[in-house]
Design a protein around this ligand. Structure first.
Ligand SMILES: Cc1cc2nc3c(=O)[nH]c(=O)nc-3n(C[C@H](O)[C@H](O)[C@H](O)COP(=O)(O)O)c2cc1C
Length: 193
């Protein structure tokens, strides 16, 4: 059984990563292994309506990348440069033949995916800002599969640190050494008194 402290550390280390070693590709079998974890996630009405398009080849990764918008708060950064781009993606899709009314299955599964990836030394970034058309057409995703999120994955080359929020500012930022800082609310703010 996993100890609470170990779980807490795993979660603390599970930061959004946006710069990767593009020479270190993720094998398709590893991405499949992550998708297999989805079988064990809770699901509203136990409908299990989410599906995944696995992207692992360099060719397909190149098709996905231009569709993505990175780090809105870093206004002077256009996203990872060549050599630091993701080496795998999971496109989470809703099977609209089953339902259009999703509960929170998407978030539950995304968190399980990033935690699972983390245990394999793989970093990721959940991406909601993306061009659906480019993804759907570029990857030949059937019309009844609605892309909800893109999870960008790869072996990290960036350092990310958590810090307490100062002056209520939740915007993440990068220091001159390129370390990415993520302000998090303190426990006292999370608990309603
Ligand atoms: C639902 C959701 C949507 C997100 N969409 C994007 C996105 O479109 N682009 C991006 O660069 N990061 C995106 N992120 C990553 C967040 O910016 C990141 O989670 C936040 O800055 C906190 O950093 P942390 O994940 O390291 O805690 C998203 C995260 C979540 C949970």
């Amino acid at each position: 059984m996993m100890e609470f402290e170990k779980f807490r550390e795993l979660l603390r280390a599970d930061r959004s990563i946006r710069r990767f070693d593009e020479n270190k590709r993720i094998d398709e079998s590893v991405l499949k292994k992550l998708v297999e974890l989805m079988r064990y996630c809770s699901s509203g009405r136990n409908l299990q309506p989410l599906r995944y398009r696995i992207v692992s080849s360099a060719d397909e990764c190149e098709k996905v990348f231009p569709a993505l918008k990175w780090a809105g708060y870093l206004t002077d950064w256009d996203g990872p440069k060549e050599g630091e781009r993701p080496t795998g993606y999971l496109v989470q899709c809703l099977d609209t033949d089953l339902t259009r009314n999703l509960l929170c299955d998407d978030g539950i599964q995304l968190q399980a995916l990033t935690l699972g990836a983390q245990t394999l030394g793989i970093g990721g970034c959940i991406i909601k800002s993306f061009n659906v058309d480019i993804i759907q057409k570029g990857l030949h995703i059937p019309e009844n599969m609605k892309p909800l999120y893109v999870l960008a994955l790869g072996y990290p080359v960036e350092k990310v640190v958590i810090e307490d929020i100062a002056n209520g500012d939740i915007k993440y930022w990068r220091d001159p050494e390129s370390v990415h800082h993520v302000p998090k609310r303190e426990l006292s703010e999370l608990i309603i008194s």
